[in-house]
Design a protein around this ligand. Structure first.
Ligand SMILES: [Zn+2]
Length: 293
């Protein structure tokens, strides 16, 4: 996921000005996060006992977005199934590699996912890998929707969690679309759909491409304020399992720049990770009328 963050499209500016813009954007994301939280209804007690399916585009998204809620559910003996959509093969395709082949990277990321999920209390049999091509999920939305339907029919969850359609990453958008499509027809599922923000906490997910810093900022701000006013937010207090989540995240060493055989691999920036190291997790409830046609 590291290399596939949303692309920066604004005009290059002198270094100092760019640093000021970056700081403003990071702080705007923090304020947006706080605004969502203020409006969120707390569902900590009820969610702990609801069986769930977690749909993740890449290895680490499950922990970043839902690590706390997964740990809380498992601590209550509630069933959790993890569905990992991509094979994780593209996370470092533009970075120097010393030792890791594509096949080895796929294996490494599956191992990291199993380890992270085990830390959260999810057993090996409840972690499923669809192994679709990393970075190309938009070419597989129909197949994904079908796979998701099959998982839902088999597991019959009360809650489904998927990355946010607003995340500025094509795989995240594709999986969110596939989840809505899977739930669109029929009343076969009793599940409530929640989106967990990942790249939505990165300003680049909001700024339209090809605009100047100033115009892009104002456009993004307008969209962020709109979402903070209208999204039906839910929050879960994860303070009791925060250490467990941190340990699970640490299992994704290849995504954190701490995988010794590859010293040149970069990791997710600290300012971005901060959104996932708090004592709560935020989710947007998606109503059936938003599943689309
Ligand atoms: Zn991702």
């Amino acid at each position: 996921m590291v290399d596939t963050a949303p692309s920066i499209s604004a005009k290059p500016a002198p270094a100092i000005r760019q640093r000021v813009w970056s700081a403003l954007e990071r702080n705007t994301c923090r304020l947006w996060h706080s605004a969502l939280r203020m409006r969120a209804r707390d569902i900590t007690v009820e969610t702990a006992r609801r069986p769930a399916v977690i749909l993740a585009p890449h290895a680490d998204d499950e922990t970043l977005g839902c690590g706390g809620v997964i740990a809380l559910k498992r601590a209550s003996g509630t069933a959790v199934t993890i569905f990992m959509a991509t094979d994780g093969s593209a996370s470092h395709r533009f970075e120097q590699s010393l030792a890791t082949s594509r096949e080895a990277l796929v294996r490494l990321r599956e191992d990291e996912t199993r380890k992270a999920c085990a830390t959260l209390g999810v057993d090996r049999a409840s972690v499923e890998f669809a192994r679709l091509p990393d970075g190309r999920l938009e070419d597989h939305i129909a197949a994904l929707a079908q796979s998701i339907r099959m998982v839902i029919e088999r597991v019959d969850p009360a809650e489904i969690f998927v990355c946010a359609e607003r995340d500025g990453h094509p795989d995240h958008q594709a999986l969110a679309k596939a989840a809505r499509r899977a739930l669109r027809y029929g009343s076969y599922s009793r599940a409530v759909l929640f989106e967990y923000p990942v790249w939505s906490y990165d300003f680049r997910s909001w700024r339209p491409h090809g605009m100047s810093n100033r115009r892009g900022y104002l456009k993004a701000l307008e969209a962020m304020i709109g979402s903070a006013k209208t999204w039906r937010m839910r929050s879960v207090d994860i303070s009791s399992v925060q250490a467990q989540k941190a340990e699970a995240l640490a299992a994704h060493r290849s995504q954190l720049g701490s995988y010794p055989p590859e010293p040149y691999w970069t990791g997710l920036p600290a300012s971005f990770l901060r959104h996932f190291q708090m004592d709560h997790e935020l989710f947007r409830e998606i109503r059936p009328e938003e599943f689309g046609r």
